[in-house]
Design a protein around this ligand. Structure first.
Ligand code: HEC
Ligand code: HEC
Ligand code: HEC
Ligand code: HEC
Ligand code: HEC
Length: 181
């Protein structure tokens, strides 16, 4: 067969694939990195509304990493047990969940919380740097203290990060290597 036909057929094939890809992306059939509103089921339902809202437990009592490291971190069972050795649940369901917490604690089994937020591996993010500049958790995570079930409130898209870095009062870096490995 004439090589030119092979090349032409190859190019047509590529164009078709590309247009299918663009179609899928623009119609949100493939979502790259944008998991706004994502709220996976957790092994034990945990209500921020009760803990951070009603009882006003400080965010950093449980997410102690936020002001000192890249990761805010999710609390270990020890922290829950500071209260739940004595505090029972409120509803029948809740009481069962607190019983499960105690069992897990006594058996030394960690609770496998599902990640809600997850940036792609090529992106650098650092909680401590943002907290040091006085950014409240809610600026990026929304009104978590009202959330019965926590969900991803921001898009976490590159545009979202860069728009805030560009605000004159932030004067934050926008060169590629600030945020990318
Ligand atoms: C009593 C402990 C406790 C307090 C107080 C608390 N959290 Fe949490 N937080 C958790 C636990 C446990 C999880 C993991 C389970 C879940 O996602 O619901 C979590 C999950 C999260 C997540 C999602 C993490 C992920 O996987 O992406 C965010 C964001 C968050 N908390 C923000 C906050 C903010 C903001 C506050 C204060 C308004 C706060 N939390 C107060 C215990 C706490
Ligand atoms: C400038 C925006 C911003 C602020 C302010 C912020 N976060 Fe986050 N948070 C993020 C992003 C982005 C991620 C996802 C990080 C990743 O995937 O590496 C995240 C992830 C988390 C997680 C999941 C575990 C982790 O560290 O990856 C928790 C918990 C959390 N944030 C809690 C908090 C709390 C509590 C505060 C306030 C003390 C706070 N965040 C302030 C943007 C922010
Ligand atoms: C500062 C104290 C404190 C800490 C720390 C704490 N809790 Fe609670 N928790 C409470 C209180 C108070 C209640 C409500 C009890 C009531 O109203 O009877 C509660 C209720 C609950 C309930 C039952 C909800 C319902 O609907 O009945 C669960 C489940 C729960 N907490 C899980 C956790 C987990 C998981 C952790 C650790 C990540 C944790 N708690 C850490 C104080 C705390
Ligand atoms: C609410 C505004 C805001 C948002 C949203 C935001 N940033 Fe920032 N960012 C800042 C500010 C303010 C600084 C601190 C600049 C300084 O230290 O002078 C900063 C600094 C940084 C730094 C430098 C940290 C260091 O160690 O010096 C990185 C990296 C960064 N941001 C990444 C991100 C990424 C990635 C996102 C999105 C996932 C993001 N930021 C979203 C405001 C924001
Ligand atoms: C303030 C932080 C920030 C800066 C500055 C930044 N990026 Fe990003 N970038 C991100 C985040 C967060 C993502 C992941 C979310 C997304 O794809 O929108 C991303 C994603 C990307 C992607 C992958 C898109 C995909 O489909 O996965 C490329 C390519 C990229 N950035 C290139 C750049 C280049 C080139 C620059 C410099 C001109 C730059 N970025 C500057 C935060 C940043």
């Amino acid at each position: 067969m004439d090589r030119r036909y092979v090349v032409a057929a190859g190019l047509v094939g590529l164009l078709i694939l590309l247009s299918v890809f663009i179609h899928l992306i623009t119609n949100n059939k493939i979502v790259i990195g944008y998991n706004k509103d994502y709220a996976p089921d957790q092994p034990i339902p945990f209500s921020h509304e009760i803990h951070a809202g009603e009882f006003k437990v400080d965010c950093q009592y449980c997410h102690a990493g936020a002001s000192v490291s890249r990761h805010a971190t999710v609390p270990s069972l020890n922290i829950c047990m500071n209260c739940h050795l004595t505090v029972n649940g409120r509803t029948d369901e809740g009481k069962k969940h607190v019983e499960r917490l105690r069992e897990a604690f006594n058996n030394n089994e960690p609770i496998e919380w599902k990640k809600v937020h997850l940036l792609p591996d090529h992106v650098k993010f650092n909680h401590a740097a943002h907290i040091a500049k006085g950014k409240a958790c809610q600026t990026c995570h929304g009104p978590v203290e009202t959330m019965e079930k926590v969900y991803q409130w921001s898009s976490l898209s590159m545009g979202w990060c860069v728009n805030c870095h560009r605000e004159p009062e932030n004067n934050a870096p926008i060169n590629c290597s600030t945020c990318h490995y």
